[in-house]
Design a protein around this ligand. Sequence first.
Ligand code: C5P
Length: 290
Amino acid sequence: TYLSAKAPVFIAPAMDLDMFAHPSTTRNLELLRSYGNHIIEPASGELASHLVGKGRMEEPEVIASVLDRFFDCGMSLAGKHIMITAGPTYEKIDPVRFIGNYSSGKMGYAIAVEAASRGADVTIVSGPVALKAVNPRIKVVDVESAREMLEACERIFPSCDIAIMCAAVADYAPAHPADRKIKREHNDLPVIELVKNPDIAATLGAMKKPGQRLVGFALETDNEMSNALHKLKAKNLNMIVMNSLRDKGAGFRTDTNKVTIYKLDGGELHFDMKSKREVASDIIDTLLSL
Ligand code: C5P
């Protein structure tokens, strides 16, 4: 029934701990999630406090309320085109080496899956990541460097209602990438001269037309709030999602995130640590409230 279902599918796993912990269950749930299905399960925080095992079915009232919410606002993004930048950029040093960063793309891809499950047509402009988007409403444009990402964004943004800038774009790129592999037999230590990369979010901020919404991210380690508020204004964003690397379980490569969202109208929303898919849902709910 599932394999031939064309409608959105909700899954509420109900099994014992060993079955739930089995790698085949974990892998299948991950796959189902990446296809844009909705997995309904008790939050892990709740489990600890109630002393019940993983795999326990979510309370029927909660399942019903998730469905209620879906039918209230489920397709609220139908007809909207959303562009999302995700992952790192690679800046070429020579044919085998690059400057990059630890971004996994998980947050951007989670937002894409959430937006697609609410009916949006999504384009991910993706740096090199190990993730795949399988939802038919998600299109992926693969890029490598910040310059390539900028070109793709400038081309796609004019047809978008919303752009969400999740990518960890390298700030600098080698000024003169070598055509051939740089050899080790140098008497002097090699020096890589860098040039500044374009700010993609700020470029789109300057292109933004009335009715278009632009969302940025700020990954901070200190002075979080003032840095985030500065970026919100400087890049002409409508809202900015701030995560602090000081919070364990937030930021790069994790499956969870803890964010604060600052809106241009001065509003700010603080969220608890959640899965990136739930954070994606909070981000889209906030975006729809603007
Ligand atoms: O200035 P900072 O890099 O901290 O800003 C982060 C925000 O700007 C993120 O939304 C990021 O995707 C975006 N950004 C960008 N192009 C850059 C640098 C950052 O789009 N070159």
